[in-house]
Design a protein around this ligand. Structure first.
Ligand code: LLP
Length: 426
């Protein structure tokens, strides 16, 4: 037995996850299939809590909002970063305490703001317009909304442009120069209690320097806002810590992030004589490497390239098509066999861009083989769709060799879903 990537082992040429043989899982539950290793989720979360013992960790539900995952993290003491009423609803249902939820978003509906007020969760306010709407809603409800402002610290996270969020050109946050003014304004408004500050600079960030720069810039703002007489109870630094999608890639861990940013945070808060709670909102680091996507080979075709056609496409894992993301690939039933050819793994979707992995050296691939795409837990299922009339696949949780369905596969009935026909079309 040997290990291919941390918790993923190989036994008799088969890929094992959480003590379960992936080829048996594929046979038992069918493919495509998302498989999550329960203990790995807990390990990743506790890596964060150990690195940041004084911080609150708000899991970013958008990365993977499956109910069982939210429930596991709730039991570990996680809070949640939610970006919609749907995510808020699921987080509360999973038992995440309302006091540990931050409702984020750059374009919330009035309904969502009303729900946030009614349910008493903190809101990260992204614009002056939103501030005023929220004030009216809270006043009308006879409540006070605890808010942070999402600020735009103008830091380059050196990641894919589509997931850079803290650049001055991005749609997120209040520009730094307007921050003090908006806190002053907020402190005068009915129904509003400005008590936190929030930023998030991007995702899949592979070095600590951008986080240090963001912390410095945020602490400059904390100083100014505190100087304007506002008590900040929390500083939420968002998230963005990347993971090594490529084998052997050396990326910072939560411990490295803590070593890089905590000295800045601690020194500056001490200087100011304040003790705000630090909040972090990791999504990818907690869940990405816990999960694999198993997909069966339908056809192998030598054409311009050596194409392997599998039963999962960008309907189930859109990251490669959307961000040119790399996911490590193995043939789950031949993991230890020698690579023999270069293959490009493509899905069944009617688009040329439906490529899951390009030019990979793999053992000889045949119809019926099971391909595993690794590190598919973050922004995998949560970004899936039914495009091309493809019902979504099942999700399985494995632990100590046992497996449970945490989401049943959809079937064609789910394609009809809530659709209706006007009477004239009956
Ligand atoms: N907090 C806020 C406000 C966010 O917008 C995000 C992610 C997170 C936390 C979590 O960041 P993480 O720890 O996962 O880096 N779909 C893209 C990633 C989009 C990230 C959106 N915001 C992907 O597949 O790479």
């Amino acid at each position: 037995m040997f290990t291919i990537k941390d918790h993923l082992e190989v036994r008799n040429d088969h890929l094992m996850i959480g003590g379960a043989d992936t080829t048996e899982l594929a046979q038992k539950y069918g493919t495509p299939l998302y498989v999550t290793n329960e203990s790995r989720v807990i390990e990743n979360f506790s890596e964060y809590t150990k690195a940041f013992p004084d911080a609150d960790i708000y899991y970013a539900a958008k990365a993977n909002g499956s109910f069982a995952i939210l429930r596991m993290l709730a039991r570990e003491g996680a809070g949640a970063d939610v970006f919609s009423y749907g995510e808020l609803y699921m987080a509360l249902l999973a038992g995440i305490p309302r006091g540990k939820i931050l409702f984020n978003g750059n374009s919330k509906t009035d309904f969502e703001l009303r729900k946030a007020v009614e349910l008493g969760v903190k809101v990260s306010v992204d614009s002056r317009d939103e501030l005023h709407t929220l004030s009216e809603i809270a006043e009308k409800a006879g409540k006070t909304a605890e808010i942070a402002f999402r600020v735009n610290p103008d830091v380059s996270p050196k990641t894919h442009p589509k997931i850079s969020t803290g650049l001055s050109s991005s749609k997120f946050g209040i520009p730094s120069k307007e921050v003090v003014g908006i806190y002053r304004e907020a402190s005068q408004l009915p129904g509003i209690s400005p008590c936190g500050i929030h930023c998030h600079i991007g995702s899949q960030i592979l070095e600590t320097a951008p986080f240090v720069e963001a912390t410095q810039k945020m602490m400059d703002l904390v100083e100014k806002v505190t100087g304007a007489g506002i008590d900040l109870e929390f500083v939420d630094m968002g998230s963005g810590l990347g993971i090594p999608y490529k084998k052997g890639e050396d990326t910072p861990k939560p411990r490295d992030l803590a070593d890089a940013i905590l000295p800045v945070f601690d020194e500056r808060t001490e200087e100011l004589g304040i003790s705000p709670k630090l909040i972090l909102e990791p999504g990818r680091y907690i869940i990405a490497d816990t999960t694999i996507l198993l997909t069966k080979v339908n056809t192998v075709k030598k054409a311009a390239r050596n194409f392997v056609g599998v039963d999962a496409g960008f309907n189930l894992l859109i990251r490669p098509a959307m961000y040119e993301s790399y996911h490590y690939v193995v043939v789950a039933n031949k993991v230890a066999s020698k690579p023999e050819e270069t293959y490009t793994i493509v899905g069944p979707i009617c688009e040329t861009g439906d490529i899951l992995a390009e030019d990979r050296e793999l053992p000889r691939v045949e119809k019926g083989d099971i391909i595993a795409l690794l590190d598919a837990g973050a922004y995998g299922f949560s970004m899936s769709s039914q495009y091309n009339g493809r019902p979504r696949c099942a999700e399985i949780l494995v632990n100590d060799g046992n497996s449970d369905v945490i989401r049943s596969a959809e079937d064609v009935g789910d394609l009809m879903g809530k659709q209706k026909l006007p009477a004239r079309l009956m």
